[in-house]
Design a protein around this ligand. Structure first.
Ligand code: GSH
Length: 236
């Protein structure tokens, strides 16, 4: 059974996988990265104490970081002497290694749907929603750069297709149901949060009522709010 929303319990003990949960947990990531925030949401929801090391993957990286992430992305997690990269592996590890509210459904169909949502986001959602719509409309101006309108137009078209599919999955109700908080929520929420910071993103989401309802519920969750990357204020 998955945890219900708004549970925030902090208990650490060695678990069935033989993991020493008392070992220090460190998340290496970039404060504005959605994938970094996915991992942080899982850590917060499980109540895991951790420290962060800031790594900006868009600058020249310290070669030592490539030992943690040979593909030069963020995030990477260390727990004692163990290290792991790829966000979906990190979030599963967090859920399996630590006590606290479970983030994976027991039901086989719900678990498969959760994995499907994560796959959809990684393969079809991240680029148009975050790198094309959010980055161009919101982040580029923050850095004093002009938005590329062609990228935004292309990103919106691709995003609408992704949102339509996710709306159908939310409507089915196995995951993204506003009741059982799973890794599907952790992986999707940071992407949608950035997407709706663009006016076009907000308008696009409003066409998908079940997903919009899901977003209204998750956007007030402590795990999302306490991991807000706090972009500088700007007029958009
Ligand atoms: N497959 C990776 C993707 C991580 C990823 O793309 N992270 C972005 C930041 S949100 C990054 O490091 N980008 C650097 C780049 O594109 O060079 C994961 O799931 O962890």
């Amino acid at each position: 059974m998955c945890a219900s929303w708004n549970i925030d319990i902090i208990y650490h003990r060695d678990n069935d996988y033989g993991v020493k949960v008392a070992d220090k947990v460190t998340l290496h990531g970039y404060r504005y990265s959605v994938y970094n925030r996915v991992a942080r949401m899982a850590l917060h929801h499980k109540g895991v104490a951790y420290t962060t090391v800031e790594v900006d993957p868009f600058t020249d990286l310290d070669p030592a970081y490539l030992d943690l992430h040979p593909f030069a992305r963020v995030p990477a997690l260390t727990h004692g002497t163990f290290s792991i990269f790829e966000t979906r592996a990190i979030t599963r590890y967090i859920d399996n290694a630590f006590s606290g509210p479970p983030l994976q459904p027991d039901d086989a169909k719900a678990l498969a749907r959760m994995d499907q949502v994560i796959g959809i986001i990684d393969n079809y959602g991240y680029w148009p929603m975050v790198r094309q719509v959010f980055s161009q409309r919101v982040f580029s101006p923050l850095e004093g750069e002009a938005s590329n309108e062609d990228e935004i137009t292309a990103g919106l078209a691709a995003s609408r297709h992704v949102l339509a599919v996710l709306n159908g999955i939310a409507d089915e109700g196995l995951v993204l149901n506003g009741r059982d908080f799973t890794l599907a929520d952790c992986h999707l929420a940071p992407m949608i949060d950035y997407f709706v910071r663009a006016g076009e993103g907000r308008d696009a989401l409003s066409s998908f009522p079940v997903l919009l309802k899901w977003w209204e519920l998750i956007s007030i969750m402590p795990a999302l709010q306490s991991t807000d990357p706090k972009l500088p204020d700007m007029a958009i």
